[in-house]
Design a protein around this ligand. Sequence first.
Ligand code: FCB
Length: 569
Amino acid sequence: LKFIVGGEAGWLSGLRARPRVGRSWFERDLFYHGTFRDDFLWGVSSSAYQIEGGWDADGKGPSIWDNFTHTPGNNVVNNDNGDIACDSYNKLEEDLNILRALRVKAYRFSLSWSRIFPTGRIDSVNKYGVDYYNRLIDGLVASSIIPMVTLYHWDLPQALQDIGGWDNPSLIELFDSYADFCFRTFGDRVQFWMTFNEPMYEAWLGYGEGVFPPGVKDPGYAPYRIAHTIIKAHARVYHTYDEKYRESQKGVISLSLSTHWMEPKSPNLPGDIEAADRALQFSLGWFAHPIFRNGDYPDAMKWKVGNRSELQNLATSRLPSFTEEEKRYIRNTADVFCLNTYSTKIVKHRTPQLNPPSYENDLERTEEDDNSWPSTAVNRAVPWGMRRVLNWLKEEYGDIPIYVTENGVGLKKSQIEDIDRIFFFKTYINEALKAYNLDGVNLQGYMAWSMMDNFEWLQGYSVKFGLYQVDFNDTNRPRTARTSARYYTEVINNNGMPLDKEDEFLYGEFPKATSISIYLSIHPSIHPSIHSSIHPSTYSSLSLSLPPIYLSIYLHIYTHIDITCTYVL
Ligand code: FCB
């Protein structure tokens, strides 16, 4: 006899976590069993500069990331660069083998613009670059893996940066001409397109903080200008697809936007709730509101940037505005929602200094982490943020099909036995499952970042995100499946996390005189430090003081009745 102990079991009350507003932590973090829709699109993600290498092979032109990483003083850890990366340009078969072994249904990758057009312009078209992507796409199709193609993942052709990059509105036409070429050339086999990947980071890190190429430090103005051009470029390309290709190619087109979930510090303070919502609007809404709502920026941005610009005695808002015609042209220019998300921040209202003008200060908030959340190399792991951000999307943009196009965990040290990565995927995918099954979010796919370790931008190769390990010290760049790769395949095969038959809920009564004591052990798939800190032993009661982390606790009763309890503190 086996059954699952639910949240209200009185004798487990010692395990109950502090209640948060609405749902208690205990309820929030309970493990949920279920599956996704039959045609759920399971996949993995990568991007050109991070994996391809071959930075100048066969006539490829330099991108801004090539030049940036080749320039001393760029702040990339160990002076790493993407010259060789995973050498995917020369290891196409190896990559296809990984994808087949993972049994993914889709592969999200990006095209290197300067591999296809070395100068960024159509008159420079490079046959070898086109061949490479044709071979990749053909290989995917032959393996029944759906190609999901990002046209632009941050690696602008240097030649276009030389004319001002995204600060030059002529890039709208140039991007459109490149996209048009890609639709014409690959669109007979590609039916899922993303124009941009995470333009927010490009705008802020590239043109505000200036830590990404092109390294412009203009925090109060340039990010808004850049975003304005990128939104127009996206809309332009959407219309090109719509008018010239949709009918024959029957694909979908969108862009990948990213945000952390923003949790108000004090859910009882309207100011904090507003600040958290504002933080979502300034990250995701910046691009999503015009594209998925009404062609215009979110009110929160228009008000904050507008008011602060006025107080700064500027004649107009630093946030540019769209004409009515532009708004009509921009709104509804995406068929599905593509979300990249990794973590959560706790947000609190603050009134920062007025000058110098800065996007960061326009947000009027502080962001912090909760120290109890497990750290990773880059962010804290906060699985329940996944469910909340998916629900927020549904609230904000309606019942649009959603794809998580990136989610994963970066670790400094990541052995082949990467239990912590399994823990991450298990809990994050579980929260996505709750959003889908319990909240009715129209989630249609999930892409893990990343299929293999790769060049992680400013972190170089020091942070590992891969389901497969890549040995960057070996010129052959051998790839080895981590334990998490096997786990992910299991999730794909199960189409989620169904309950084992033997774990199904049973109704019944215990024999009257059963004396209960409880045997506690920690499932090996949870956090290793907890696993080793608790040696299986017998407890007569459950009063534990453990860090708040997910536990799978197996409780055994002396009469050989097992109680399996998937539990969260
Ligand atoms: C995202 C990027 C992706 C990768 C992950 C870890 O912001 O889109 O290229 O670096 O983070």
